[in-house]
Design a binder for this molecule. Structure first.
Ligand code: ZN
Length: 161
């Protein structure tokens, strides 16, 4: 059955665009002056929060993309050099602080995203959108193939209903 193009499809489309943007923005620290890689400025909810102040929906959906990127960064095998979170002027956080910093920001990002999803009146659909986008991101960028098992299990569960 073909559903009518409605506000829900529009918000899913908007979410996909903003989630994609959110996953790519954090690593712009590699070519921005003054920021080391994994800068706390781009690897945190600072930017989505600033957008959120003016445009709550845009900031919230963007935060979902940031959360996916930071969650993937949490999979780093070794917490040295490149992987550590850098604070402008203050150098790098240590391994434990980097993990905690990223994890706290992932949670914060999900809270921001949930607020936007609830506001958009398509909370469930938007969470499915974030989960799907996250799965694609993990598969492409992290080659995290183990993820196929929970995704396949979830699809089977949905079909059985
Ligand atoms: Zn990154």
């Amino acid at each position: 059955m073909i559903r009518r193009w409605g506000p829900l499809s529009a918000s899913i489309l908007l979410a996909l665009v903003l989630i994609h943007a959110g996953t790519t923005i954090p690593d712009t620290d590699q070519w921005l002056p003054l920021l080391g890689h994994r800068s706390a400025v781009t690897h945190s909810m600072l930017l989505p929060a600033l957008v959120l102040l003016r445009w709550p929906m845009v900031g919230g959906l963007l935060a979902g993309g940031f959360a996916i990127h930071l969650a993937a960064d949490l999979l780093s095998r070794k917490w040295v050099g490149y992987a550590l979170v850098k604070l402008p002027l203050f150098g790098a956080l240590d391994a434990t602080a980097s993990v905690v910093f990223l994890a706290v920001n992932v949670l914060l990002g999900m809270l921001f995203y949930d607020r936007a999803a609830t506001e958009a009146q398509g909370r469930r659909a938007l969470w499915v959108t974030l989960a799907a986008a996250g799965a694609v991101y993990f598969l492409i960028n992290e080659r995290y193939w183990l993820l196929l098992f929970p995704v396949a299990a979830a699809l089977l569960l949905i079909r059985r209903r």
